[in-house]
Design a protein around this ligand. Structure first.
Ligand code: NAD
Length: 261
């Protein structure tokens, strides 16, 4: 099936999974809107790298997705610049590991704002144009923690369960409009988000950092291997193909077997 040129917005796409998804879309010839809260000068090398493998346009959109107004405005800016938004990937996310009674309320608020609230605000901005054109793809990067809990991650687990609920609800609302909405649920993927939590995990579990990697991160994954960001990117690309038009309202695990247990 040959497919027309598309425009994709990938939130939180200057690192890890989001960057791999942005690169995959660039390689496929999409126009790609890259986002993070960093100043453009700080990530200029990344944008240059993406432009190097792209045949479409690559634009950088600075927005702090902890702010709902900025999240909604991000979609409006992308539509104003590119003319359409066909693919929305809600990927931005942050993590904090602490016991619930010690969990800083500001971190609770930030985690929910960046992943769950922002996905609501970008989705409400993207759906009308997609519905008008009768085609759209919304992919929410949730987590195995959208399906299973782990101790000391109350905000993250609550957020990702919320993202799964948002995914299913919006999928039902837009099912007749040619728009699919799905959640990808990765297990542990070795990215800066995971690397940064090793110290906190060591503290709350009273383990060494090596033990955290083996006993906390890789133990739940029967493959005993980290998922690679590029594996998530390939799945995202498939979900955007016309062959995936009947896949909607679902969670797709890519977790080395974690949630089979
Ligand atoms: P990462 O830390 O490598 O990248 C996160 C990206 O989000 C960065 O580009 C960062 O700039 C951006 N970001 C963070 N806060 C932001 C804000 N307020 N506004 C705008 N952008 C912001 O993380 P990652 O591991 O690639 O995670 C990406 C997504 O995948 C997250 O939603 C995460 O929860 C999810 N996930 C990750 C794993 C994993 O093991 N790495 C597993 C399951 C799900």
């Amino acid at each position: 099936m040959s497919e027309p040129k598309r425009t994709a917005l990938v939130t939180g796409s200057t690192s890890g999974i989001g960057l791999a998804i942005a690169r995959k879309f660039a390689e496929l010839g999409y126009d790609v809107a890259v986002n993070s809260f960093e100043a453009e000068a700080e990530i200029a090398h990344l944008i240059a790298g993406l432009r190097g493998c792209a045949s479409g346009r690559i634009g950088y959109y600075r927005a702090d997705l902890a702010d709902g107004t900025a999240s909604h405005a991000l979609v409006e800016r992308v539509i104003a610049d590119f003319g359409t938004l066909d693919v929305l990937v809600n990927n931005a996310g942050v993590q904090k590991v602490a016991a619930v009674e010690e969990f800083p309320p500001a971190d609770w608020d930030r985690i929910i704002a960046v992943s769950l609230d922002s996905a609501f605000h970008t989705t409400r901005g993207a759906v009308p144009g997609m519905a008008q054109r009768g085609w759209g793809r919304i992919i929410n990067v949730a987590s195995a923690h959208g399906l299973r809990a782990s101790p000391f991650k109350s905000a993250y687990v609550a957020t990702k369960h919320g993202v799964v609920g948002l995914t299913k609800t919006v999928a039902l609302e837009v099912a007749e409009k040619g728009i699919t909405v799905n959640a990808i649920c990765p297990g542990y993927v070795w990215t800066p988000l995971v690397a940064k939590q090793v110290t906190d995990q060591a503290k709350v579990h009273n383990l060494s950092e090596d033990e955290v990697v083996r006993q906390i991160m890789l133990a739940p994954q029967p493959t005993r291997k980290f998922v690679q960001p590029e594996e998530i990117a390939e799945l995202a690309a498939y979900l955007c193909s016309d062959w995936a038009r009947s896949i909607t309202g679902t969670t797709i695990s890519i977790d080395g077997g974690w949630t089979a247990k």
